[in-house]
Design a protein around this ligand. Structure first.
Ligand SMILES: [Zn+2]
Length: 275
């Protein structure tokens, strides 16, 4: 899983950004190691139907919809004939659907259409990138269906894949994504995806600014994940507890929409976990 691809990230996207130079080296390594990138829909379909997958299948995914996917990733992907999936937060992209809140320079819809024409899958990543599991039912459904409808209107193709902002989902969120017609959805858990996982909870690994080529090789080979991500798991667990506590307090004190609370929470999480 990638986010911004740029030599000059903003402060907010820097920790999870990857330089074009590193990305090019990582794609060359995938080629040399015999990996076969496929789209999210291809993987889920093959697992559903029991079809054979190509040798060493791997998903390349880009969250949020940063402009560098078109400027820097597309030439390398085209060179290797590697498909990928781009999960766009539709309200972050410039144009008539824009809500503001983007962390860096985003794709234009023309660029999204060019990516789709080049064979990349365009998936949805909500409209305004909230923590979906913290939303009430109505705004939850709205976030999911609006991102679906905007992508369908802008690209002419209804998206089949979804990725949860920050990786956060719950049974209720997964159900809402399923009811909106998505056939699979991706989370973040820093473990390799496996066929035994629910198609609405497929896990992904994060490639970071600090990921060097040796580390990248360990990631794609599925080695040393436990030690490398021990710190992340601790942080994630601690953060989840804080989120639960806040939600409980919010529910007790403010049964109606606690909008300010949510916005404050979202702002704090940006930058470090802008998945
Ligand atoms: Zn994201």
């Amino acid at each position: 899983m990638y986010h911004a691809l740029t030599p000059t990230p903003t402060k907010a996207t820097a920790p999870l950004s990857v330089t074009p130079k590193n990305f090019t080296a990582q794609m060359a390594l995938l080629k040399n190691k015999g990996f076969t990138p496929i789209t999210t829909t291809s993987l889920a379909e093959a697992w559903r139907k029991g079809d054979h997958l190509p040798p060493r299948p791997i998903l390349l995914t880009f969250d949020d919809g940063y402009e560098g996917v078109h400027r820097h990733a597309l030439p390398t992907l085209t060179h290797h004939n590697f498909p990928a999936t781009v999960f766009v937060s539709t309200g972050w992209l410039p144009g008539e659907h824009e809500t503001g809140g983007a962390l860096d320079t985003m794709l234009t819809w023309d660029q999204v259409r060019e990516l789709a024409a080049a064979g990349l899958e365009i998936g949805a990543h909500s409209h305004t990138h909230p923590q979906l599991d913290q939303l009430q039912d109505t705004p939850l459904t709205h976030e999911i269906t609006l991102s679906r409808d905007v992508i369908a209107a802008e690209t002419g193709t209804r998206p089949a894949s979804f990725a949860y902002p920050y990786g956060y989902s719950s049974r209720r969120v997964r159900q809402a994504v399923r009811e909106a017609g998505f056939t699979q959805s991706l989370a973040v858990n820093n473990t390799l995806a496996h066929r035994s996982q629910s198609p609405y909870a497929l896990t992904r690994l994060t490639v970071r600014h600090s990921t060097d080529l040796t580390e990248f090789e360990r990631l794609i080979e599925g080695r040393a994940l436990a030690t490398n991500f021990a710190r992340d798991h601790v942080l994630t667990r601690g953060y989840a507890v804080i989120r639960r506590t806040r939600r409980t307090l919010t529910a007790l004190t403010e049964p109606t929409a606690p909008r300010v609370e949510r916005n404050a929470q979202k702002d704090r999480t940006r930058g470090s976990r802008n998945t």
